[in-house]
Design a protein around this ligand. Structure first.
Ligand code: MN
Ligand code: MN
Length: 317
């Protein structure tokens, strides 16, 4: 038997990351590659657990070190977000919907990067391009990923293609998207109330190199803006601890109010002037940013655009 090829998403995996890996491995198997398997780089979230349970899909195996492995990456292409020792892995393909990162595989490989709302949109498109109908469970977890990443098509990252692909997945998944979306959100927010401050921050934490700075950005979605206010003191302390432990210049917590479609940004770290130039004046370590829902399309590009020496033009938010 050939050496396994692991399809794997980013650290602190979200629903899109885990489910895109599963669905793409499944497609590869159906295309005649039985050695392709899904994997995950860490614990899955309560939302992902709900989705996999709902469609009866097993949780993928844990892979914690990339050294010497054959891998296909989904939903990321930055070293800071990948498995440890990713530079010592053989990367065969990348399927992605974020900015081009700093992973530079030495050989020519397949890289598909497209500004859509979820990696799962690109994976589902591959099923249809190969004339393969996804099973109910695969269609379901891909649709769930799109709903999750686009916050029910409300995030500014949502594209025409996400809508088009979702409408093809919907009859196959056989769910009511509104009810299902609510259940997913409930799984997430219930967990939020019981999570420790450490896991709250770690759940959806990503590291970025922005200019010369290393910036950690965590995102939490809430249905009530003030949901985390009582734990602010503890959360800010945990952000400071994380910053020291991971040698980061800045740590930002993005609390996205999915009801209002806006975010509060909490900040700790150096170069506060750069942060304030991008988002406005901090009060009690926090600033409210109207209309802001996307880390990759709004927060990261805005920080990039105010970074000294930046030459790229900022995208319109
Ligand atoms: Mn993701
Ligand atoms: Mn994604």
């Amino acid at each position: 038997m050939d050496k396994p090829v692991y399809v794997i998403g980013h650290r602190n995996p979200d629903t899109d990351s885990v489910c895109s890996a599963i669905a793409y491995a499944h497609l590869k198997q159906r295309l005649g590659h039985p050695n392709v398997r899904p994997a995950r780089p860490g614990e899955i979230t309560a939302e992902t657990e709900f989705v996999l349970d709902y469609f009866g899909v097993p949780v993928p195996d844990l892979l914690t070190d990339a050294a010497g492995q054959n891998v296909i990456l989904v939903d990321h292409n930055e070293i800071g977000q990948a498995l440890p020792h990713i530079e010592q892995a053989r990367i065969l393909e990348i399927w992605e919907h974020h900015r081009i990162g700093d992973l530079r595989p030495p050989e020519p490989i397949v890289v598909h990067c497209e500004p859509v709302g979820a990696t799962a949109t690109l994976i589902a498109e591959q099923y249809f391009a190969h004339g393969i109908t996804p099973t109910r469970s695969m269609a379901g977890i891909m649709l769930a990923s799109i709903l999750s990443d686009t916050v029910g098509f409300r995030s500014p990252t949502t594209s025409e293609k996400d809508h088009a692909i979702s409408s093809r997945l919907l009859p196959l998944a056989d769910i009511d998207p509104d009810t299902f979306g609510q259940q997913m959100r409930k799984a997430r927010t219930t967990a939020l109330e019981h999570d420790s401050v450490a896991s709250l921050l770690a759940n959806d934490f990503k590291e970025f190199r922005i200019g010369d700075l290393r910036v950690g950005i965590s995102q939490v979605e809430v249905v009530r803006a003030e949901a985390l206010a009582p734990r602010k003191h503890d959360l800010l302390n945990e952000m400071r601890r994380l910053r020291r432990a991971q040698h980061l210049d800045q740590v930002i917590l993005m609390i996205t109010d999915v009801t209002e479609g806006a975010s509060d940004l909490w900040f700790v770290g150096d170069h506060v002037e750069i942060f304030e130039k991008a988002f406005g004046h901090l009060e009690d370590q926090a600033v409210h940013v109207a209309g802001c829902m996307s880390r990759k399309k709004q927060v990261v590009p805005r920080l990039e655009s105010v970074m000294p020496g930046t030459t790229t033009l900022p995208a319109q938010a």
